[in-house]
Ligand binder design. Sequence first.
Ligand SMILES: [Zn+2]
Ligand SMILES: [Zn+2]
Ligand SMILES: [Zn+2]
Length: 267
Amino acid sequence: MLMHMSKMTTIVLGSGTSQGVPMIGCRCAVCQSTDPRDKRTRSSLYVATPHVRLLVDTTPDLRQQSLREGLDHIDAVLFTHAHADHIMGFDDLRRFCEMKGGPLPIYGSEPTLAQIERVFFYAFNPGKKVPGYVHALPHRVTSPFQLGELEIAPLPVPHGSVFTLGFLFSHGGRKLLAYLNDCAAVPDPIRDTVAGVETLIIDGLRDMPHPTHLTVTGAVEAARAIGARQTFITHLTHEKNHADRERDLPSGVRAAYDGMKLDFELG
Ligand SMILES: [Zn+2]
Ligand SMILES: [Zn+2]
Ligand SMILES: [Zn+2]
């Protein structure tokens, strides 16, 4: 690859809420929609540069998301929090460990990694390295870190009784992308950290208020306060179909959908 053409590519692997859309047993118009953008797998993101390929969260849909997007290599996984819709595809990392031929570094907060180590204990047993199993190397995140060309800043945001880590991806001081899924609010210090970001992907569950998630209106207000150049709402329920949702959003704000790709020139 020519270095002057170097870019960061991101793919929204999933844009849906914890139960996914369509929801099991639901006969609503959105769950029966034939628009592919109304098929929302659980929320997750893929970020790739010439030097590093990252996964944010391992949803229960990770296998299908990886097959759909043709993913065949992951250098590291960033975890936002340990709710089931963000970690339950962890065991499917075994293929990525196999193809990589070595352990997979995983990044998250202390409580998030403790939960993952409890649920998937067999991947963290140094005395029992079974070939073909997941072999993860945990990294407790408390401050910004570097992976490949990217500076990555953790962004703790409130999410009910837990904190979610959002992530800010920067390159050479340029704030490229902030990913803030599963949050009930964006505290002032986080808003200042991501101020002026080029692209924001943010939780906007639905119109109806929810105790642990931003509403669409709340997400739009947060995006305005941050001053994001463009914003995509994610972690969506079956409340509204994609086309109607987009029609209602102000300029500069769109609805994310599964398979949505965004390219960032790294210069
Ligand atoms: Zn979630
Ligand atoms: Zn439905
Ligand atoms: Zn959650």
